[in-house]
Design a protein around this ligand. Structure first.
Ligand SMILES: [Zn+2]
Length: 362
């Protein structure tokens, strides 16, 4: 039987010198690399590629393996859904059609190889003294780099500061995602590095990872991180329901809903009440649901004669520019600014030589 997860300890394998696609072909499946650092009593985690169509995480982890920096502590690097990334035409499939989304398999049963790999990764992490964990992703649409946080604490903001000061707090239902489990161990952030396929997003992912893994502490000046932070929370998810079709086009191409291409350029901007979001045929509708799954479409959208417009000012985030992504995942999230203070830290940062010891790991 093929092992669901490949584990490498010590120096990276020689094959890391291969170009990324060849390296992934050689790996063939999810892999974990445990690299020794200066302080071997502490460990930082970096995950990339849980989604096969998001190259930045694959790129960053591969670059670190190819030319390992002087690591401040041990580093556990994980490459996720290798088979999905390899499936033609390459970096196109979020996950394989007959499999689950690899960022939805971190809790629950162990009935697939992918779930067994996820459980093995968690078991491996549980045996080590983790001080921080970071998971790299891309968006399908144009977005500036931002994090997704489960709590907006000083340690998480300071951890994210290696990449960005823009944060989105996730308050939706549990997804069995990697971060929902890993964040219980030590401070964790998801970094959305920018649009998939943008070389600058890949570079940002790598440069942030380099800072994160080589800094004496994984947290970068908590006070500044809190002062600079722009924090948003998602209040609704907007989907394209049922049989309704959607296209991104200037012309009418026969879809039920037609959105102007390039609208994703407005992610994180305030769109004003009355602005037209899309054209529609007949009674075609978008569907907005709040964090509890309740329909709130009419709070945000006016479905008029041939158009869908905004009923009030709103900030779109994670808005896509692809019909396939809009249909299979969602068109956008509606966000609002979080003005309240940061939350008390559940995992206080410390500069003590041994860092934070994850409570659960003892
Ligand atoms: Zn992703």
């Amino acid at each position: 039987m093929i092992e669901p997860l490949r584990i490498f300890k010590g120096a990276p394998p020689q094959q890391a010198q291969l170009p990324l696609a060849e390296f992934l072909t050689w790996l063939g499946r999810p892999a974990l690399f445990h690299l020794p650092g200066q302080d071997r009593s502490r460990c930082r985690v970096l995950v990339g590629g849980l989604h096969g169509n998001e190259p930045s995480g694959f790129f960053a982890v591969h670059a670190l393996l190819k030319d390992p920096p002087e690591l401040a502590t041990d580093a556990i690097l994980v490459i996720g859904n290798v088979p999905a990334a390899l499936w033609p035409p390459g970096f196109y499939h979020r996950f394989l059609p007959h499999e689950e989304d690899m960022n939805r398999v971190w809790a629950g049963g162990l009935h697939t190889a992918q779930r067994i790999a996820a459980a093995e990764i968690l078991r491996y992490l549980a045996r080590h003294r983790l001080e921080a964990v970071v998971d790299l992703h891309n968006n399908t649409g144009f977005n500036p780099i931002y994090t997704v946080l489960l709590r907006h604490t000083a340690t998480r903001l300071a951890l994210a500061r290696h990449w960005t000061h823009r944060h989105v707090r996730y308050e939706g239902v549990s997804l069995s995602s990697f971060m929902e489990v890993a964040d219980k161990f030590c401070p964790g952030v998801v970094i959305e590095c920018g649009q998939a396929g943008d070389p600058e997003a890949d570079l940002r992912a790598y440069e942030g990872a380099l800072r994160y893994l080589t800094a004496p502490r994984p947290w970068l000046n908590e006070r500044a991180a809190v002062e600079e932070a722009a924090i948003y929370r998602c209040v609704a998810r907007v989907t394209v329901p049922g049989e309704t079709t959607i296209e991104f086009s200037i012309e009418d191409v026969g879809a039920d809903i037609t959105v102007r291409p390039g609208i994703d350029r407005h992610n994180f901007e305030v769109l004003r009440a009355g602005a037209q979001l899309a054209k529609r045929r007949g009674k075609a509708r978008l569907l907005a649901t709040d964090n509890f799954g309740r329909e709130v479409t009419n709070d945000f959208f006016e479905h008029g004669d041939g158009t869908i417009s905004l009923k009030r000012d709103l900030i779109p985030v994670m808005m896509t520019n692809h019909g396939r992504a809009a249909k299979s995942d969602c068109l956008l999230y509606v966000a609002e600014r979080v003005e309240r203070e940061t939350e008390p830290d559940d995992h206080p940062a410390t500069s003590a030589p041994h860092g934070r010891v994850a409570r659960w790991a003892r």
